[in-house]
Design a protein around this ligand. Structure first.
Ligand SMILES: [Zn+2]
Length: 250
């Protein structure tokens, strides 16, 4: 098994205690996927490697790796941090959930491609103060494709119509136009504007998604719709989601 030294650029998305004073830190990279690194001595006071692998740090990490299993962090270059994420528990909870969700859609070292950009976009926006709930909904809608359950959002799944009044059917895997509302009782019964929000956030390239301002009622309705879509098509049971839902009760 060939081990090599390699530089990877990425964001630290998770860390947990390993052996003695060592940590396991997960780094989220575009081309090299999600890598778990052993960080020796990270829990000792004044550990430089420990400081460089705080949650939501990002930069260049030099690792010793064989391309699978655990890699070893050797050193780092130019590491920065998304400060607001680190300090704000709500933002932190949203970002942790987003990365957990992306993490579960991929196997280790599998290239993330555009989903890296999606995750990076999300944490940058949340760090800048954009509504984390809306950013999370965008990520969830766009990530369904990575889970192999890409919804049809462009046209009615039954007749192909692209304009009109639409609702969403989980069973049919996409939007249906009002011509067929009578034949699909299990549709989500969303208001037309709520379905329009799901279409917009699921279809638009992230760089074109500016500041979306949506009423609290609509946001709640799309949140419930997305939760149902995930429960019935992806069926994950993530602690980060549970924590986020609990946090919203306060
Ligand atoms: Zn139709």
């Amino acid at each position: 098994m060939v081990r090599e030294l390699k530089e990877v650029q990425g964001i630290i998305i998770k860390r947990q205690k390993y052996k003695e004073a060592d940590l396991l830190a997960k780094v989220f990279t575009k081309n090299d996927g999600i890598i778990t690194m052993i960080v020796r001595g990270a829990l000792r006071p004044k550990s430089r490697l420990g400081a460089a692998t705080m949650i939501f740090s990002y930069g260049t990490y030099v690792i010793n790796t064989s391309g699978h299993g655990l890699s070893m962090l050797r050193t780092y270059k130019e590491v920065k941090q998304f400060d607001n994420l680190y300090q704000d528990m709500t933002k932190n909870a949203y970002a942790s959930f987003i990365f957990d969700l992306i993490d579960h859609a991929f196997i280790e070292y599998q290239s993330l491609g555009k989903y890296f950009d999606l995750g990076e976009f999300a944490v940058r926006k949340i760090n800048e103060g954009v509504d984390p709930e809306m950013i999370t909904q965008i990520v969830q809608m766009q990530l369904l494709e990575a889970y192999g359950v890409k919804p049809e959002l462009e046209k009615c799944v039954i007749c192909g119509k692209t304009k009109g009044i639409f609702d969403y059917s989980i069973k049919l895997g996409g939007i249906i136009c009002s011509d067929h509302f009578y034949q699909e009782n299990n549709r989500l019964h969303l208001k037309p504007k709520e379905t329009a929000i799901l279409r917009t956030i699921g279809l638009l390239p992230i760089e074109r998604l500016g500041n979306i301002s949506i009423s609290e009622d609509s946001k709640k309705a799309t949140r419930d719709a997305i939760d149902r879509i995930y429960r019935q098509t992806v069926d994950l049971n993530l602690k980060t989601k549970k924590f986020l839902d609990e946090l919203k009760l306060f």
